[in-house]
Design a protein. Structure first.
Length: 107
């Protein structure tokens, strides 16, 4: 997976977390768990893509590590967006088991 693809995965996760509305907001503690969840989804997706690509040709291992590192670097941004989001968006994102499911939370 190219660096730009990995950056896109993280950006997608960040943008999916920016859903806003008028419902009750999640707590800071909940948003810490939210940040962990988003970073884990992005890293897991990177791992899944790496496995698919590796099956086709040999590549270096550890693509998820840079994705996780970029997610951790943007952790404060994830938490800020989460705290500003309605509870329904938070609950949808926390229930998401893939980046595709996370994207659906924006709708």
């Amino acid at each position: 997976m190219s660096l730009s693809t990995r950056a896109c995965l993280l950006s997608l996760a960040l943008s999916a977390s920016s859903v806003v509305g008028c419902a009750a907001k999640p707590t800071s503690t909940e948003c810490e768990a939210f940040a962990d969840h988003i970073i884990d989804l992005a890293a897991r997706t990177a791992n899944e893509v790496e496995v698919e690509v590796t099956a086709k040709r040999t590549q270096t291992a550890g693509m998820a590590d840079p994705v996780r590192a970029r997610g951790e670097a943007r952790r404060a941004e994830l938490i800020d967006r989460c705290v500003a989001s309605p509870r329904a968006a938070f609950e949808c994102a926390m229930a998401a088991d893939s980046l595709s499911a996370l994207r659906a939370c924006k709708r």
